[in-house]
Design a protein around this ligand. Structure first.
Ligand code: AHM
Ligand code: MG
Length: 348
């Protein structure tokens, strides 16, 4: 009998890309390059620095006005180097002022949040790197921003690394979602779970409830109904989780369902929520759709959105398709005609 041979990340992704009907070689090389960067980053995160300072601010503000921490800069250098090594043309990162051209004539464009959840660094919480790969359109050498003005339907592949108890990669090249874990000894990523599907029926929501007083009515109503639990219109108890790190929340949702929300609210600057469309919302929406879930900004499917500005924000509601449909229906309801309960809104 033939011994069972473990398939490598590249073999699995090659099969998936064939299934998705896309060109695969360059995309898979880029994902492998990012795996190398993530392995180095994971090692850096796991190693106590002599000065204990990975979460320290280093002064400069990034594109969004957030002050950069040392690990933000380390992550950006590793990711940008990996992208250039894989021949990426247009490159956009949370840490760059705008789109760059790394390699002229590069056929792939990379959008990346090199270090997501940076407020978790100092508390040894889960952090991650989120990426989306697009085709570089014609004229991208002259204007790399063109690559990131496509809607999410242009995404060829997306994924995120999660630096938690284990370092994991959640990735899709357009034919389902697979999860890999980093083996620190070999520095290789081994398959953990293939063709991940949201189980459906999740009864867990993730939202920063400290912002409750700023929420608009649709979100307030949805969360009120969840909080009312078995005594309320939903007739079931809900649980709440908020990791402060989108990678950890989305990872949990891929495993056991539920919804994640970072909605628009009435605070100045939060009219389109907090998360960035191109390198946070689009890749997560791509993964969640590939796993059978849904993602909306309240009106439009996230993957149908395109960015007018590279660092544009988008309200994000993603997870179980049924729950996302309830939230969308609440958003579509004129405020003066609000249904008494969200259950009524589902029923019609
Ligand atoms: P970052 O890229 O600056 O770390 O911001 C994104 C993070 C997400 O991971 C997380 O869901 C959200 O910000 C948390 O925001 P808040 O601190 O408002 O709860
Ligand atoms: Mg981020």
């Amino acid at each position: 009998m033939l011994a069972h041979r473990v398939r490598s990340l590249s073999e699995i992704l090659t099969d998936r890309a064939r299934e998705a009907g896309g060109r695969s070689g360059e995309t898979i090389s880029l994902i492998e390059g990012l795996c190398g960067a993530a392995a180095q980053l994971a090692q850096r995160v796991a190693t106590p620095a002599a000065d204990g300072s990975l979460g320290d601010y280093v002064g400069a503000a990034n594109s969004d006005g957030d002050h950069q921490r040392l690990l933000d800069i380390v992550a950006e250098e590793l990711c940008q180097k990996a992208a250039a090594g894989a021949g990426v043309g247009p490159y956009l990162s949370e840490e760059t002022d705008g789109p760059l051209t790394l390699v002229r004539g590069g056929r792939l464009a990379l959008a990346i949040d090199p270090l997501d959840g940076s407020s978790n660094i100092a508390v040894n919480g889960v952090i991650g790197s989120i990426f989306a790969i697009f085709p570089a359109p014609q004229g991208a050498d002259r204007d790399p921003g063109l690559a990131f003005a496509q809607t999410g339907r242009g995404v060829i592949a997306a994924g995120f690394f999660m630096y938690g108890p284990q370092t994991r990669l959640v990735v899709s090249v357009g034919a389902g979602v697979d999860i890999f874990a980093l083996d620190p000894a070999s520095r290789g990523f081994v398959l953990m779970e293939e063709r991940v599907r949201l189980p459906g029926g999740g009864r867990e929501f993730a939202i920063n409830a400290a912002n409750a007083r700023y929420w608009r009515e649709p979100v307030r109503r949805y969360i009120d109904d969840c909080l009312a639990g078995a005594d309320g219109p939903r007739g079931e108890n809900f649980n709440m989780r908020w990791a402060g790190s989108m990678v950890a929340d989305v990872y949990r949702i891929l495993g056991r369902g539920g919804v994640f929300l970072y909605p628009a609210d009435v605070r100045p600057g939060y009219e389109r929520g907090r998360l960035r469309l191109v390198y946070e919302a689009l890749p997560m929406a791509f993964l969640v759709e590939q796993a059978g879930g849904a993602a909306t900004d309240g009106d439009t499917a996230i993957l149908d959105l395109s960015a007018a500005k590279p660092h544009q924000r988008a309200p994000v509601i993603l997870g179980d398709a049924d729950e996302v449909a309830i939230l969308r229906s609440l958003h579509m309801t004129p405020q003066d005609q609000f249904p008494r309960t969200s259950r009524l809104s589902v029923a019609g």
